[in-house]
Design a protein around this ligand. Sequence first.
Ligand SMILES: Cc1cc2nc3c(=O)[nH]c(=O)nc-3n(C[C@H](O)[C@H](O)[C@H](O)COP(=O)(O)OP(=O)(O)OC[C@H]3O[C@@H](n4cnc5c(N)ncnc54)[C@H](O)[C@@H]3O)c2cc1C
Length: 381
Amino acid sequence: MSSNYDVIVVGVGAMGASACWQLARRGVRMLGLEQFGVGHALGSSHGHTRMIRLAYYEHPDYVPLLRRAYELWDELETASGERVLYRTGGIYMGSAGGEVVGGCIDAARRHGLAQEVLSRDDLARRHPLFDVPADYIGVWEPAAGFLLCEKAIGLFARLAMEAGAEIHGHEPVVNVELRDDRVTVTTPLQTYHADRIVFCGGAWSGKLLADLGVELVVTRQALGWIWPQSPEAFALDAFPVWGIEQPDGSLAYGFPMMSDVPGLKMARHGRGRPVDPDTVSREPTAADREEVLAIARRYLPSAVGPTLSSRICLYTNSPDGHFIVDRHPAGGRAVIACGFSGHGFKFASVMGEILADLATSGVTPLPVGFLGLARFGKSVS
Ligand SMILES: Cc1cc2nc3c(=O)[nH]c(=O)nc-3n(C[C@H](O)[C@H](O)[C@H](O)COP(=O)(O)OP(=O)(O)OC[C@H]3O[C@@H](n4cnc5c(N)ncnc54)[C@H](O)[C@@H]3O)c2cc1C
């Protein structure tokens, strides 16, 4: 086992595993270090599915990244011979002037995306299972769907190793020294040296990058699976991914049922309780289950039924809810990807490419300026 690498990736979760694949397929000598087992359920990337959509209401500059993300998800499927992306179409609902519907329409106009705006009557006719407020309209997006999250991470890691990457699970990075001439990484097992380092620490990024000077707030988020009254109505070929803007600004959202994961998955996208990722209780409570059931009761009455399962997952919130992807202010040897704020998984494929670009050449042709540290008054020296 060598201790000298071109690039070390810290954290082999969604972003790190993708970066490992993109680096290894370029022939870069690389090491990925993961503190838990690869594919664990203690961070931000477990729970079977993650939504992917193209008309991004959060910020239209994400759309070019998403176009490339879709291409790279397809590439992952081709390279692995496995399916990870299901294009079910997606229905988003909210008031006409609200952030969700208004932002989706704006993103679609700016970027020429396929989309249908549905009146209240269209909504009731085409998506009769939903019970939404009288002033809500809908946006139907054919490109939307979901990704199998644990499977994608496993495939990224497998393909990376087949392309020559070394990946070590159960080996936490306990110290990093960024020097002008090289990077030194210490774990309880060994000391490693590399030309470059990529930080993909997810909920632990605030601890790994304590000197960054940007506050990252980790929150505890619940997911639930309910057994609906009429399961066939929510089957994969009958029901899309969906999102409903709630009066408090959060988003209720959910997925169709998978044949091998019993229950209809839904959750609330909105800031949960701030926690420490090392001490948070990942045991779901009655209140966690109630948060999910309340969504079904309010918007999908025919889905109300017994809870089959619930999981706790972590968001890492940046101050403005947008990702942080840049070179580290301490110098060009380190690249950071963090603050995915509960909406990053769909970008994991393209993040791998961006991080590989930044780690190998210091620049990327992809438009990531809006995700840089300059917006927090930090500049890369
Ligand atoms: C409930 C929930 C629902 C979500 N829904 C969606 C959705 O529908 N669509 C979407 O696009 N996104 C969604 N997201 C967000 C998305 O899942 C995350 O943004 C994404 O998974 C974050 O990936 P990551 O690589 O930053 O973190 P992770 O995948 O958690 O990876 C970080 C890794 O770094 C490792 N690590 C940390 N510190 C060290 C260290 N010192 N040494 C070694 N390893 C270390 C951790 O163990 C971990 O494996 C959701 C998130 C949650 C929690």
